[in-house]
Design a protein around this ligand. Structure first.
Ligand SMILES: NC(=O)c1ccc[n+]([C@@H]2O[C@H](COP(=O)([O-])OP(=O)(O)OC[C@H]3O[C@@H](n4cnc5c(N)ncnc54)[C@H](OP(=O)(O)O)[C@@H]3O)[C@@H](O)[C@H]2O)c1
Length: 249
């Protein structure tokens, strides 16, 4: 018996990286899954690979009406929503001198307001009980150069895990976060960095991670599954560090 049998899940950023690995695991565990992302071609490919238990909805977390469409479709097609994985995010690394309004606004709009909007738009469609899992990042606890804006967005999301928990607990909704460390996903190619800088980050990752390697997205997905399922029934407002020990030892 799957750990999410009969459950309906919505995963933002479900067409790539950690979100896609989580969508695969959720489907394997018996869930019906709506994956949500901007890129129509990766979304179609992912939905096809996931099979009939999944459907893709193209949209942007900064557009409330797109989120409304996704949650409406999830409910109509699969039933009330039991799990939300608010995972979509972008990472842009820049030195302080190079930060401009667009760099700041883009990341806060997607990573912070996008998460808040995702949870807001989920509310009318949520079951009782339900589980919401947010994706933070290990960088919200350390001082990684060039990551000031991105890290601040993830610190805000970590705060949401606490505040939204406090607000929603009376409705049977648990909110928790998974905090990945360096994880092998397409995100590194989208950071606005040169190949050399990306290699530098990879080398740094190996030095700063006690386990000595990056995570496979499936390893983060297993933490998201734990938080999504009743196996974590007594966890509320916590952040689980899935970072090979980087921020703990
Ligand atoms: N990989 C790491 O080392 C790492 C470490 C810590 C935390 N994280 C966090 O993990 C989450 C997933 O990242 P990933 O590593 O799996 O990277 P990824 O492969 O680049 O995936 C990011 C996902 O977010 C979606 N997304 C971005 N902006 C969006 C928007 N405005 N509206 C809707 N969807 C949007 C992307 O969809 P489109 O492609 O369609 O835009 C994509 O599916 C992010 O929140 C990231 O900050 C990653």
């Amino acid at each position: 018996m799957g750990r999410l049998n009969g459950k309906t899940a919505v995963i933002t950023g479900g067409n790539s990286g950690i979100g896609l690995a989580t969508a695969k695991l959720f489907v394997d565990e018996g869930a019906k899954v709506v994956i949500f992302g901007r890129d129509g071609s990766t979304l179609d490919r992912a939905a096809t690979a996931l099979g009939p238990a999944a459907v893709g909805v193209q949209g942007d977390v900064t557009h409330v009406e797109d989120l409304q469409r996704a949650f409406g479709l999830a409910r109509n097609r699969f039933g009330k929503v039991d799990v939300v994985f608010a995972n979509a995010g972008v990472a842009e690394f820049r030195p302080l001198e190079m930060i401009d309004n667009a760099h700041f606004t883009r990341q806060f709009d997607i990573n912070v307001k996008g998460v808040l909007s995702t949870v807001q738009q989920a509310l009318p469609h949520l079951n009782n009980p339900a589980s919401i899992v947010l994706t933070t990042s290990g960088v919200n606890k350390i001082g990684l150069p060039m990551s000031s804006v991105y890290s601040a967005t993830k610190a805000a999301v970590r705060s949401f895990a606490r505040t939204l928990s406090a607000e929603l607990i009376g409705r049977g909704v648990r909110v928790n976060a998974v905090s990945p460390g360096y994880t092998e996903t397409p995100i590194f190619g989208r950071m606005g960095l040169s190949e050399e800088q990306i290699q530098g980050i990879a080398a740094d990752a190996l030095k700063s991670v006690p386990l000595g390697r990056m995570a496979d997205p499936a390893e983060i997905a297993r933490v998201a599954l734990f938080l999504a399922s009743t196996e974590s029934s007594y966890l509320v407002g916590v952040e689980i560090d899935a970072d090979g020990g980087q921020t703990s030892i």
